[in-house]
Design a protein around this ligand. Structure first.
Ligand SMILES: [Zn+2]
Length: 349
């Protein structure tokens, strides 16, 4: 059966009339496509919490609502809209790792979308829509699909059924084969400015002071901000990470190195957490860079302290963190990668 679990906390509509924040250009182009007639396959690419699921669901609504406006805004009150939003409409379904786990019930590790799932997608897509005009299939977690499974998917992409629309959602477009991408309309979703996230939270009823704080911590991801508005732990974790990053930067050469080694030694066990810490540090250096050249960083709406470092040194600091992340990704020894990084950080003047 089809299941479109409701994406996390969905606020009021934006200017486009769709309930997806920070993605107006993409929303508008999907609205035009819903009215003029969609293509058969799309790739929606962008990091987790950027709005891929919401966009896909809004598109499914606009394609199938019998009372859709001429600008592509669904009515949200008809039976079709309501069932799509509740995830129980037979013509709109989602495939992802969760669903695969339920179907395969514990056989295998379930870390990638399999060929069996690709076959099920092809089979479902080939059925005629039961009552709505379009059969919409949302395939999430595409970043996990291996090459062989993607090759199996090509068959469906090459001979798409007439009334079917396939929406492939991925947090890593690099993982998709060129042959898959070339058969889809590719929509890259950018991170949102802090202000846009701030406004979205306020519109959804979050108190202004809290909204500003969450928007700053969200790293451009509206979905994260909305989830954190309802989850104090999520927010506290990110806050702590930012405080740690600030403390790391503020240290002298010796304490910076001690922290670098400690972080590096945790890499084997907590890879994701270490990467997260490094991203926090990169963002802090970037804030200082923007402030030093008098630009209002869209990730920092606070007034800056007096410039402690020359801009060129800050550019090198930002680059050093980026290089460290690349090194870790390329299996350079963690200590070496982290030590090399902090040695390039400027000391306060
Ligand atoms: Zn409707």
């Amino acid at each position: 059966m089809s299941t479109v679990a409701s994406p996390s906390f969905c606020p009021v509509a934006t200017d486009s009339g769709w309930r997806v924040w920070g993605q107006e250009p993409a929303a508008r182009s999907f609205q035009r496509a819903a009215i003029s007639g969609p293509r058969h396959a799309y790739v929606l690419a962008g990091p987790d919490h950027i709005g891929k699921r919401l966009l896909a669901q809004e598109f499914a609504l606009a394609l199938n609502c019998p009372a859709v406006s001429e600008t592509g805004v669904p009515c949200r009150v008809c039976s079709i809209c309501q069932r799509i939003e509740r995830g129980v409409h037979p013509d709109v379904s989602i495939f992802n790792l969760d669903r695969q786990a339920r179907v395969e019930s514990g056989t295998g590790k379930n870390t990638s979308l399999t060929i069996d799932t690709v076959r099920a997608i092809g089979h479902d897509l080939a059925l005629r829509p039961s009552e709505a005009p379009w059969r919409v299939m949302i395939v999430d977690d595409m970043e996990t699909m291996r090459e062989t499974a993607q090759e199996a998917l090509l068959k469906t992409l090459e001979e798409p059924p007439a009334a079917a629309v396939l929406l492939l959602l991925t947090s890593d477009i690099e993982n998709l084969l060129e042959t898959v991408l070339s058969r889809c309309v590719v929509v890259n979703l950018p991170v949102s400015p802090v202000r846009a996230i701030d406004e979205a939270l306020v519109a959804a009823g979050v108190a202004p002071a809290e909204a500003s704080e969450l928007a700053l911590l969200a790293r451009g991801l509206p979905g994260w901000a909305f989830a954190a508005a309802n989850d104090a732990t999520l927010r506290a974790g990110r806050q702590e990470m930012r405080d740690n990053a600030r403390a790391w930067l503020a240290g002298d050469g010796y304490t910076r190195m001690v922290r670098a080694i400690k972080l590096a030694d945790g890499f084997g066990q907590n890879r994701d957490e270490v990467v997260d810490s490094l991203v926090s540090v990169m963002l802090e250096w970037r804030h200082l860079l923007y402030q030093s050249v008098g630009l209002a960083d869209d990730l920092d709406i606070q007034p800056g302290p007096p410039a402690l470092y020359p801009a060129a040194a800050l550019v090198r600091a930002v680059d050093s963190v980026r290089a460290c992340l690349a090194d870790l990704d390329a299996n350079v020894r963690p200590r070496l990668a982290c030590e090399t990084m902090v040695l390039q950080w400027p000391t306060a003047q």
